[in-house]
Design a protein. Structure first.
Length: 431
């Protein structure tokens, strides 16, 4: 057991006696190279934005773009083994090491770009700033609520524990191996989750377009995305089954009126409403206007690629949704749950996407949405189908939840081993 000493820094705790504590600015330069404003418009490069980086996974995508079409924040030139850390929206914890690149690559000015000197290996620096404790410290020093940020000059004043360059390499190599094993396990569980989600969608689509009686006589629906349907079922435009956007908050609403707010980001495809924000009218965004009630069905009409569809559960407090949703309130011809499953089906959601206009912000008008057609069995059969899907989807969702719990535990384990080894709490086993 090696001797330890107090680092004097809360998030680090004890470190090995022969390790040093050194400010980041003495281990790496930052933001060395930038594109000039006089750069030719036709210069091509790969662009890394904050959204291109995922905590624990690094760079998940890049955009090939020309300078003339690039956002004004596309300025930081990055090179092999540079380490980038987001200094804006720091809660996203966007940290990555630049892999071997052969093309000109540019990162957003929302990153601090760190280039190591001879005192620290790039991989050890990466794992050090990736550690949950370091990232949490960056968050703690960030200023702002909705758009928290830290100045790069303040970031590089934060301190890191530093072993010898030889031990840095041993730790980095060890973590490479350990993290690769964990990442492979996560990937396998994620693949199973995606297959389960696809299976759930196929079950929903089959039930709301074919019914539960596999021997029922069929007829051609006349609608390509539906195909054949049971002979007794009808095809009816949505507008004859539900009213839309019935109730809205007046612009004269008192500023102190409180309510639960559902934004587009509050709804997840296949999971429904995953969170709500309790807010007052005076502090709410201007799009917080649609009053929703129990069993209303909401469908996103903006950013339709997000496929935000939900049924409103039993609510006891005033609940308001974004005007980015169409709010559907059923009549006696259709049950709310059957409507929910119908508009949740892959085929319907894809049709909504197909009718949407716009590239970066695709949208469909609510009046056009309600002209889309649904296939309708009797109200009794609707209830049978909805009950069947409730049970079937709940069973699938339980399996998905268990897999997600395993992934969450693996992620926590990965965080813990990174922290323990980059702070010297644990020593790399002798090979």
């Amino acid at each position: 057991m090696r001797k330890m000493k107090d680092s004097g820094i809360e998030w680090i705790g004890e470190i090995p006696e022969d390790w040093k504590i050194i400010p980041l600015k003495f281990l790496a330069s930052h933001n060395d190279d930038v594109l000039s404003e006089n750069t030719p418009d036709d210069l091509e490069f790969d662009y890394i934005d904050i959204s291109s980086v995922q905590y624990g996974s690094g760079i998940i995508n890049k955009q090939h773009i020309t300078f003339g079409n690039a956002p004004s924040r596309a300025r930081r030139i990055v090179r092999n083994n540079d380490v980038i850390i987001s200094t804006v929206r720091t809660y996203l914890k966007a940290v990555a090491i630049i892999p071997d690149i052969s093309k000109l690559t540019i990162a957003s000015t929302g990153f601090a770009c760190l280039r190591t000197n001879e005192k620290i290996s790039p991989k050890f620096l990466y794992y050090s700033v990736l550690s949950d404790a370091f990232v949490s410290t960056v968050e703690a020093y960030s200023v702002g609520i909705s758009y928290p940020a830290i100045n790069a000059s303040q970031l590089v004043c934060l301190k890191l524990p530093l072993p010898s360059i030889e031990e840095q390499s041993q730790i980095a190599n060890f973590l490479d191996e350990k993290c690769a094993v964990i990442d492979r396990l996560v990937e396998r569980h994620q693949e199973v989750i995606e297959k389960l989600k696809a299976y759930r969608q196929s079950v929903i689509s089959e039930a709301v377009t074919r019914g539960l009686d596999l021997d029922a006589p069929m007829k051609d629906s006349g609608i390509p995305w539906i195909g054949k349907i049971p002979k007794e079922w009808e095809i009816i435009p949505l507008k004859f089954l539900a009213s839309h956007n019935d109730d809205v908050l007046s612009e004269n609403t008192p500023d102190d009126l409180e309510f639960d707010y559902i934004d587009i980001s509050s709804v997840q495809y296949g999971s429904g409403v995953i969170n709500k924000q309790h807010i007052t009218f005076g502090n709410a965004p201007s799009r917080a206007r649609r009053i929703v009630r129990n069993n209303d069905v909401i469908i996103s009409t903006v950013r339709t690629y997000l496929k935000a569809v939900a049924i409103i559960p039993a609510v006891s407090e005033l609940t308001v949704a974004s005007t980015g949703f169409a709010c559907l309130r059923t009549n006696e011809k259709i049950s709310p749950k059957f409507l929910y499953y119908s508009v949740l089906s892959d085929a319907f959601v894809s049709t909504v996407e197909a009718y949407s206009v716009g590239i970066s912000y695709p949208a469909i008008n609510a009046s056009q949405l309600v002209c889309l057609k649904l296939i309708l069995p009797s109200i009794e059969e609707q209830s049978q189908i909805a009950d069947y899907l409730d049970k079937k989807c709940a069973k699938i969702d339980r399996i998905i939840h268990n897999k997600e719990q395993i992934i969450s535990k693996l992620a926590e384990y990965k965080k813990s081993i990174i922290y323990e080894y980059v702070t010297g709490k644990k020593e790399v086993p002798a090979s």
